[in-house]
Design a protein. Structure first.
Length: 130
C-alpha cells in the first residue's frame, strides 16, 4: 500500500473524533516525560507550541481503516474519516496513550510502533501527521 489516502475527504469534510464504544487491545505508546501534564486548559497551547515528540505508526492492512486512541483519562475516540496510509505520525503528550485502528469491517487492525522521534526528523517528513 502506498503512503497516500485511498479515500479522499470530500470538500468540507472535516476530520473529527467521536466517542468509540467498541472493545480493542490497541498499541500502548509511551508518553514524553519532558512535557507538562495535559490538562483541559492547556491542550491547545501544547498542541500548537510544545508537542515535539511524535510516534510513527505502521498499519499493515490493504483496506481503509479508522484510527483511534484511548487516553489515560477520558473516553476512547476514533476518527470519523477513513484512512489508508501505511504509515502515519501521531503526537505524544506527557501521558502514555493507546492507539488502535479499526477496519471498515469493524475488526481491529494491527498497529506497529516504528519509532518515536522528533517532529523535525527529516527521515519521516513524508509521513502524514494526524
Amino acid at each position: 500500500m502506498k503512503n497516500m489516502p485511498l479515500l479522499r475527504a470530500e470538500k468540507g469534510d472535516e476530520m473529527t473524533w467521536k466517542v468509540f464504544e467498541g472493545k480493542v487491545q490497541g498499541l500502548n505508546v509511551a508518553g514524553d516525560p519532558a512535557m507538562p501534564a495535559t490538562k483541559w486548559w492547556n491542550k491547545w497551547f501544547l498542541l500548537l507550541f510544545v508537542w515535539k515528540k511524535q510516534s510513527v505508526l505502521r498499519v499493515r492492512v490493504n483496506q481503509a481503516y479508522r484510527l483511534g486512541f484511548i487516553p489515560r483519562k477520558g473516553k476512547p475516540r476514533i476518527l470519523t474519516n477513513k484512512l489508508a496510509y501505511s504509515e502515519l505520525k501521531v503526537r505524544n503528550g506527557r501521558e502514555d496513550c493507546i492507539f488502535f485502528a479499526v477496519g471498515v469491517d469493524g475488526k481491529e487492525v494491527p498497529l506497529e510502533l516504528v519509532e518515536q522521534t522528533s517532529k523535525d526528523d527529516p527521515k519521516y517528513s513524508h509521513v502524514p501527521l494526524l
